[in-house]
Write a protein that binds this ligand. Structure first.
Ligand SMILES: [Zn+2]
Ligand SMILES: [Zn+2]
Length: 382
């Protein structure tokens, strides 16, 4: 069996990893780069006669699926069931990808094996800032590979990570492991549950709160929704509501966190009540409704809670300028595992080889004696 990381051995985002036997070939993720290089050519995947059983996406973030339109149209595409629902809603609104390409994507089911020639792939859910993210156990020619995708353990479902590895994955020959935070040393990330507690205090102390948060960061939205104090309104727009509705439909019965009992869709009929009782509202600056309400409350000293990566604010001048006119409180935590968790995952699956991906610092995996730092497009036989 061979592993080729087409991109991502020395960078965060823009990932793509190929796993091939003598007769079958699959690709995991096909993302666009965070800094703008938007193409990746792979023989018989993006050009030439197709020779690839499937492209499997770990989750819907652009740095993992962004280049899906360049994949040959006869290659099957797969993503998690709920991820696909969210991706379709997101794409219907933002028109990021051609509709016919999105329509080609089929859902896979957590824990259910998929067979691609002599390669078996089993997806297992992982906690990440994209809802319904998955790692993959790949089995072929008597060998086992674990591809982690983006993951963390400090979210609401993070405590399932190590038990899942122990129960379903076991020992592997190779782990292909993300290392986004590995250059940041041993700093422990704020847990989503701790963030929820902080949000409660902030929401109690401020009558009018606007929240800037990715519409698809469902766990964060769930944390904020449950932090809204009794008597205060929890508001979003119709688009955000449509995403929460699909999550509620499929996951609400498993956890009250995803039932979103308090959330209301904004309508002008709520204006008076919102003004009287106070509110926490999810917004997307640049959007008509969001900008209108921000302007409307400008003189009433609303608080803007910024709950996204700080670097995005630095890169986005118009957003920074708009928000600079308001009181801002940043409240965010990483979607990626910190170093201690990465070490624990590696310990749990006892790999013979550790291949770092999705990291600027692959050499920092040297805490593991089994690390093998690859170059992009280098072929590794196992
Ligand atoms: Zn990523
Ligand atoms: Zn991601």
């Amino acid at each position: 069996m061979k592993i080729i990381v087409h991109r991502g051995t020395h960078q965060i985002g823009g990932c793509s990893t190929e796993i091939a036997t003598k007769t079958s070939r699959i690709v995991i993720d096909f993302g666009s780069e965070l800094d703008g290089n938007q193409s990746l050519d792979v023989d018989s995947v993006t050009k030439g006669i197709s020779d690839c059983k499937a492209v499997l996406f770990t989750h819907y973030h652009g740095d993992h699926i962004g280049l899906l339109e360049s994949i040959n149209s006869d290659i099957p595409l797969f993503i998690g069931e709920l991820s696909l629902d969210i991706l379709k809603l997101q794409n219907a609104r933002q028109k990021i990808y051609a509709e016919e390409v999105i329509d080609r994507i089929k859902p896979y089911i957590t824990g259910k094996e998929m067979i691609f020639g002599d390669i078996t792939v089993t997806p297992y859910m992982v906690d990440h800032s994209a809802f319904d993210s998955h790692m993959f156990l790949i089995e072929a020619e008597g060998k086992k590979i674990l591809h982690t995708g983006d993951f963390r353990a400090h979210g609401f479902r993070g405590k399932g990570l190590l038990p899942t590895l122990k129960k379903y994955v076991g020992e592997v020959d190779v782990i292909i492991c993300e290392g986004t935070t590995i250059g940041r040393g041993t700093i422990k990330s704020l847990a989503e549950s701790e963030l929820l507690c902080k949000a409660k205090t902030i929401f109690d102390e401020n009558k009018y709160v606007f929240i800037v948060c990715a519409s698809t960061n469902v766990d964060r939205i769930a944390a904020f929704c449950s932090a809204v104090p009794r008597g205060k309104y929890c508001i979003c727009d119709g688009y955000q509501r449509s995403i929460l509705d699909v999550v509620r439909e499929k996951s609400g019965k498993y956890s009250s966190l995803y039932a979103f009992p308090k959330i209301l869709t904004y309508s002008s009929r709520l204006d008076e009540k919102m003004k009287n009782r106070g509110f926490c509202m999810f917004i997307r600056p640049g959007n008509y409704l969001s900008d209108k309400l921000l302007e409307q409350y400008k003189d009433m000293a609303p608080l803007v809670v910024y709950s996204m990566w700080h670097g995005y604010l630095e890169q986005n001048d118009s957003l920074a300028k708009k928000l600079s006119e308001y009181r801002i409180e940043e409240l965010h935590t990483s979607g990626h595992a910190d170093m201690g968790i990465i070490e624990n995952v590696i310990k749990a699956v006892k790999p013979k080889v550790v291949v770092p991906i999705h990291t600027n610092n692959p050499e920092r995996f040297s805490f593991s004696a089994h690390v093998k730092v690859l170059e992009d497009e280098e072929e590794m036989q196992i």
